[in-house]
Design a protein around this ligand. Structure first.
Ligand code: MGD
Ligand code: MGD
Ligand code: MO
Length: 711
């Protein structure tokens, strides 16, 4: 009743633009109510989101243009450029990398941190500075161009560049473009007077010129290379041209579309295994909730909290609009903790008239809410289906709902009733029916690799037992077997019909199998990308992948970059996805806190200079906020660079404003750049000694956020 009254009041007073919905479990309610303001902008993929596709590398498969896990075993060399599958892959995809290692592949890691994946796989580690990968790649491109000798030392795949790409050199520019604007002349510095030599790149990226040449020569001369990156290097301010650069490097070295060779993103559920899915669940079958008259206002994540505070946001190029947000609804979100600029975010939450959170736990936004509703966890619900390329998992309920927790659908329906909306439509089908529909629709590819068959045989008794409506059907395994095992894995072997060599059709015959670009080719010169970035209205890029100096990258650690005078924030922070939790989820679990401390990782040289000993408490400040955390000293991180796992639950001291928990978005500032992604791995900080180990109690000993201590 309280929530319904408050939402009504806000809409009556300020209109639908008075409500900001960060999350989606009440999506149907807001749609029927006439809409709410939504945040926009990619999180996970960084700049791969739009850029990978528009330049012609991405293929709609979540930008995963890498080969499948069996092809991976045929590579001579696997480059993991900013990726840590041991911590962040969904599932045991490290096994696929280990299979490749056992089959003889050599591994190179390009990462500021010698991560756990590198510890297991790496033959060589190149500790690049964060947010400088583009400069490194340009230095490599220079080496390839100047050292390539088709007869005696072939490093560049001219056949691929000439047949499959436009824009590499003056002879391959699209009609109407100035031939001087080609990539090769940019790298050589023909017209801008700045050759992008390994020496030029070294100054920015921190590898030596010798290392940069070695990387170029090795990748250029090795026959079969999987050139893989995860999303982290693209979650950097102003990195819109990075995917373009990565594609260009792959195209130059020709590691695209061949057995054992590929260039693409290998991350999360797609780590080490590219290609279309071989198995999948059916749809839940819920009716669509639609309302043509609902408002469509969207505000970019980078200026979301600022828009709440100032009443202005960017809607496109030269298009600043007014908005008056007076309610924030976190329906299944950790948006306050997880979006850039949390310090301003907290101010914004305090400024508005009403904040509601619906969550499984009392996370950060709950703390700054007027009303919190406890939702059931996945363990208290009927279950769900989830998978990856060759797995499907059926997770089933393990407990009845605890205490007062209610399903999101129940909450939405109860609210809808009070707002005079169609509660049944908003709630969707009963949970059993939704799961049944997904099971009945589950499919798996037949051995011929083309046709689908039902995954499950379902009997009339199964249907009666689930208490749902449906028809019996024939499939590969019985419902009972799937229920017992909880998982089905598509069997794989070399030579089966499920193998995947990304972009092979394109390489073999680009005319018959064009990319989805204007030219149908890979566009090293890409006007469409330039226009798209321009139209977002934040920053600009060139049609070729030129280097853009990122805000709060390495260069910004200097007050005077030309004369190399260090500034107030001399260190670079990147915020790794941490093994203790999934983003902010489970950060409250004391066992996990004890097992995987929220430590600030720093190199011994830096620690010594700062007078920090292992376990001391460091005070880390950026232009946007301050945290304190124990230090972990290790040579596994390069000097000048520090990391802190993202996702800790902020614990801001009301008096000092210091965050004791080390929530990284206390430090990450909000910027709007390029395509409106968030640049979490570009952040400048200063570091001071705060005290000895006793200056801050270990977080696993802290009192938990449990509001109801007794039943
Ligand atoms: N500094 C920094 N920040 C980052 C990143 C980074 O690298 N560095 N990474 C970013 C990335 S890639 C991502 S994807 C985002 C993730 O950002 P979020 O998705 O906001 O983060 P989560 O912590 O996963 O929050 C999900 C919330 O939903 C709740 N929840 C889960 N299931 C349900 C449900 O069924 N019903 C309801 N009502 N609630 C539910 C969980 O308890 C949790 O509080 O974080 C981003 N933030
Ligand atoms: N345990 C756990 N797993 C997760 C998640 C989680 O929160 N916890 N989140 C999931 C989600 S939503 C996502 S989007 C993925 C993200 O997965 P990734 O994008 O792979 O995420 P990260 O762990 O941030 O970074 C991977 C590696 O990149 C390095 N790195 C960081 N910045 C740079 C850079 O500028 N250049 C280079 N070369 N390397 C850099 C880091 O040191 C790290 O070793 O992880 C998923 N998996
Ligand atoms: Mo993500």
């Amino acid at each position: 009743d309280l929530i319904a009254d408050e939402l009504k009041r806000i809409i009556d007073t300020y209109g639908n633009e008075g409500i900001l919905e960060v999350g989606s479990t009440l999506g149907g309610v807001f749609t029927l109510l006439g809409g709410a303001v939504k945040p926009w902008g990619n999180t996970s993929w960084g700049t791969w989101y739009y850029t990978g596709d528009i330049v012609g590398l991405g293929d709609g498969l979540s930008n995963t243009t890498h080969n499948d896990r069996i092809e991976l075993q045929k590579s001579n060399l696997i480059v993991i450029w900013g990726g840590n599958p041991a911590w962040s892959a969904q599932g045991n995809n490290m096994k696929y990398f280990l299979d490749a290692k056992r089959a003889g592949a050599k591994f190179i890691f390009i990462d500021p941190f010698y991560n756990d994946s590198a510890m297991i796989l790496a033959d060589e580690w190149f500790p690049v500075r964060p947010a400088t990968d583009h400069a490194l790649a340009l230095g490599m491109a220079y080496t390839l161009i100047t050292e390539d000798d088709p007869a005696n030392n072939p490093l560049i795949d001219w056949d691929f560049l000439n047949r499959c790409c436009i824009g590499f050199d003056a002879d391959h520019m699209p009609e109407g473009a100035d031939p001087k604007d080609n990539f090769k002349d940019y790298v050589l510095g023909t017209y801008d007077g700045q050759p992008k030599t390994p020496e030029w790149a070294a100054e920015i990226c921190g590898l030596t010129p010798k290392q940069i040449r070695y990387l170029a020569r090795t990748i250029g001369s090795t026959p079969k290379v999987s050139l893989l990156t995860a999303w982290a290097p693209a979650r950097v301010n102003d990195a819109d041209s990075w995917p373009h650069m990565f594609m260009t490097l792959g195209a130059m070295t020709g590691h695209i579309g061949k057995s054992g060779s590929c260039t693409g993103v290998s991350c999360w559920e797609r780590s080490a295994d590219g290609g279309p899915f071989l198995i999948g669940a059916g749809g839940a079958g819920n009716p669509r909730v639609q309302n043509e008259n609902a408002i469509r206002t969207q505000i970019n994540n980078g200026e979301l909290w600022n828009a709440v505070l100032t009443g202005q946001y960017t809607a496109g190029y030269n298009d600043v609009r007014e908005v008056n947000i007076q309610a924030i609804v976190h329906d299944g979100s950790s948006g306050l903790n997880q979006k850039v600029g949390m310090t301003k975010g907290i101010e914004a939450h305090r400024k508005v008239e009403f904040v509601l959170s619906i969550n499984l736990f009392l996370n950060t936004n709950c703390k700054y809410s007027d009303i919190v509703l406890p939702a059931t966890t996945q363990w208290e619900r009927y279950g769900y289906l989830k998978g990856n390329r060759d797995h499907l998992i059926w997770a089933r309920q393990i407990t009845e709902p605890l205490f007062e927790a209610k399903d999101d659908s129940w909450i939405a329906a109860e609210l809808a009733k009070r707002l005079g909306l169609d509660a049944d439509l908003v709630a969707g089908l009963p949970p059993q029916q939704q799961i049944f529909n997904q099971l009945a629709g589950a499919w798996v590819l037949k051995d011929n690799g083309v046709d689908r068959e039902n995954l499950l045989t379902i009997t009339a008794e199964d249907i009666a037992e689930m208490g749902v409506e449906g028809e019996p059907q024939e499939g590969r395994i019985t419902l009972q077997e799937f229920k017992e095992k909880g998982i089905y894995v598509v069997p794989r072997k070399d030579g089966d019909n499920f193998g995947y060599i990304a972009l092979k059709d394109f390489r073999d015959d680009p005319e018959a199998n064009p990319r989805k670009t204007e030219s149908g080719l890979m566009e090293i010169y890409c006007p469409a990308q330039q226009k798209m970035i321009h139209d977002f209205g934040f920053t600009e890029v060139d049609p070729i992948p030129t280097y853009n100096r990122p805000r709060e990258g390495y260069e910004d650690t200097f007050e005077d970059w030309e004369n190399k005078v260090k500034g107030e924030y001399p260190f670079q922070l990147f915020t790794i996805h941490y093994r203790r939790r999934s983003h902010s989820i489970f950060d409250n679990v004391p066992w996990l806190r004890e097992a995987f401390p929220q430590e600030f990782i720093i190199n011994p040289l830096d620690a010594e200079a700062l007078g920090l000993k292992h376990g001391d408490i460091a005070k880390i400040s950026s232009r946007h906020g301050t945290v304190i955390r124990p230090v972990f000293i290790t040579e596994r991180i390069r000097p000048g660079v520090v990391t802190l796992g993202e996702g800790a639950w902020a614990e801001i001291d009301e008096e000092t404003g210091i965050d004791r928990a080390g929530a990284t978005n206390t430090l990450n500032g909000a910027y709007t750049t390029g395509q409106g992604h968030q640049g979490w791995n570009s952040c400048n900080v200063k570091i001071e000694r705060y005290g000895g180990p006793d200056a801050l109690e270990q977080d696993y000993l802290w009192e938990q956020r449990i509001p109801i201590k007794e039943a």
